[in-house]
Design a protein around this ligand. Sequence first.
Ligand code: FAD
Ligand code: UDP
Length: 373
Amino acid sequence: MRVDYLIVGAGVTGATLAERLASAGKRVLVVERRDHIGGNAYDEPDERGVLVHRYGPHIFHTASKKVWDYLSRFTEWRPYYHRVRAVVEGKPIPLPFSLASLRALFSPRLADRLEEKLLARYGYGARVPILRLKEEEDPDLRFLADYVYRQVFEGYTLKQWGLRPEELSPSVTARVPVLVSYDERYFQDPYQAMPKEGYTALFRRMLRHPHIKVLLGADWKEVEGEVRFRRLIFTGPIDEFFGHAHGPLPYRSLRFRLEGHPVPWFQEVGTVNYPNEHPYTRVTEFKHLTGQGYLPHTTLAYEYPEAYEPGRNEPYYPVPREENEALYRRYLEEAKGLKGVYFAGRLGDYRYYNMDQAVARALKLFEEVVRGE
Ligand code: FAD
Ligand code: UDP
């Protein structure tokens, strides 16, 4: 077999690149070692008919009109604003921590004072990373920072990463800033929605092109000698590609426990976080995401963080911290020395991308490779 592009991985990144390249007239083979497309965004109905995400709940949100318009060619959308509660001192409070969370936890007098100080310091609508709030000198803001740090971030981060917030890049906890507003949505991006028929249907449409062939259940190593290709795009782990020559890059994994209940609804919002109790970090009820309120039963996903062990579980998260970035750069240097081989995606770039960032990265790489031809 002979193709223009061999793409390893049929996730968000691989599907976007395959679609773009095929639409530009290239012949593409996508090789995927799992038995399905979609990567970690894969979804399928379970035995109760609930559309579940096998690799963790995925909510689409973006600030990029370009990404939104691009994906809208392959799906209709169901409007959905994700809402999250965190259980703090036994109470489910709105997350991200906001002015509404202050009111849920503190006396009206204390809440008024803290709100006034936050507004004076940052202004309404500000998004303040917890590690920045912790640097405040005002005693009230310090009290608030220490409280939120201890009750919301410390335990959760230790569970999720096995590390304290300061041991990770500040960008990790900045994903969930303190909100100086009453916005109770988990994300503030202008575009937020779920693909109407799910993610797998979306990716199936992207990959349905006469110039694209998809080979499932095959590691790229198995086809390397069989397929002739001009260029290779690799969306798997970059350290694996190079046989871990500089040592393994650290990843964090998760175990998902899916649980059915014979009731229409189990919890008030899409996700409930448990920073300080239980071995799991959060519980998501899929029906909130999928809009299947008409089903009599419901399905929940419990997320149990665990160490990544190759062959036993999946490398779900790169671990953003300086020493890992330095190791990644050594692989990147190697990559630059290879002609016609490109790396992209959450594992290929070793970046904590959301789906929209993975699409944006793929669209950018497409421009680069086409220019380079
Ligand atoms: P992947 O989805 O990892 O796809 C890579 C594919 O390559 C995989 O299918 C893998 O099997 C295949 N592969 C790897 N190596 C080989 C090989 N050697 N041979 C053949 N195939 C190979 N993003 C959001 O925007 N919103 C969310 O709510 C959200 N929630 C998330 C929750 C969890 C628990 C996780 C882990 C991620 C979440 N994400 C979310 C991020 C999202 O999953 C990623 O941005 C996206 O999946 C990245 O796509 P990708 O194609 O780069 O990688
Ligand atoms: N986080 C936390 N407590 C929470 C929610 C998030 O400490 O209740 C921190 C934690 O370090 C987490 C990070 O913020 O890994 C990013 O959270 P997000 O919900 O974006 O994680 P993801 O959905 O990517 O797993």
